[in-house]
Design a protein around this ligand. Structure first.
Ligand SMILES: NC(=O)c1ccc[n+]([C@@H]2O[C@H](COP(=O)([O-])OP(=O)(O)OC[C@H]3O[C@@H](n4cnc5c(N)ncnc54)[C@H](OP(=O)(O)O)[C@@H]3O)[C@@H](O)[C@H]2O)c1
Length: 206
């Protein structure tokens, strides 16, 4: 987990609960996040970012997008990177890197992290709901989360994570299609079960 602000520790917590081994890092010394991690994500091990990434199968990027331009792509080279970030100018300010509106923010992230495989998910749900909204498989109330990527194998891996933490995964065929998961899109911030989620996506795509 890269990011130990609002979002990172909550995702770390539900991942630990799902049985994953989780390490968590912010931009500096792990001692600075030891208390946060201990209280908000017990079981997640605070590390320096490079150490956290080193033996991770999946790296989750939960940092403010206005910090992304300074993020070192070499840190996650060769890794499967889950992009949970959103570009939202009222919060992030206008970021030149993300202002080319023919591309979704995760496409731009992928372009910059060109030695990583990027999958977009977990961005469109409020972090404060992520724990309470989890449901077991086949629960009628189980909520859907979109998983978008260009690499089907990577999407499979991330979809399994989504399923294990307590959500139905709905695959979108490309990072470009992942624009439907962004702020202003049909599923952003909305609680939908799989059939309604798929309907909302197809209605918008039509
Ligand atoms: N609001 C929501 O419900 C929601 C839901 C899903 C996704 N998101 C997205 O999640 C992202 C994070 O949001 P947030 O509210 O958690 O942000 P936040 O509270 O500002 O936390 C940012 C965290 O990122 C760390 N960080 C910054 N640069 C880093 C780097 N280069 N390497 C490692 N860690 C770094 C910071 O560490 P330092 O303090 O050490 O710099 C801090 O721990 C945003 O893109 C947001 O749009 C938000």
């Amino acid at each position: 987990m890269l990011g130990a602000g609002h979002v990172g520790p909550v995702i770390a917590r539900v991942a630990v609960a799902a049985g994953y081994r989780v390490t968590i890092a912010a931009s500096g010394d792990p001692e600075r996040i030891a208390l946060i991690a201990g209280v908000l994500a017990p079981g997640a091990e605070p590390r320096w970012a490079a150490d956290a990434v080193d033996d991770a199968d999946v790296v989750l990027l939960a940092i403010p997008i206005h910090k992304f331009a300074a993020f070192d792509p070499a840190l996650v080279a060769g890794k499967l990177v889950v992009d949970a970030m959103n570009y939202w100018p009222p919060v992030d300010g206008v970021q030149e890197l993300f202002e080319d509106h023919q591309y979704g923010s995760s496409e731009i992230v992928q372009h910059r992290l060109n030695r990583s495989t990027v999958v977009k998910t977990l961005n469109h749900m409020g972090y404060h709901e992520l724990e309470d909204e989890r449901r077991p498989v086949r629960s009628p109330q189980r909520r859907a989360l979109g998983v978008a990527g260009d690499d089907p194998g990577a999407v499979d891996v991330v979809a399994e994570v989504v399923e294990r933490i307590g959500y139905d995964s709905v695959r979108l065929g490309s990072l470009s299609a992942g624009r439907l998961l962004e702020p202003g899109g049909p599923v952003f911030g909305v609680s939908l079960r799989r059939p309604e989620f798929e309907l909302a996506l197809s209605a918008e795509a039509a």
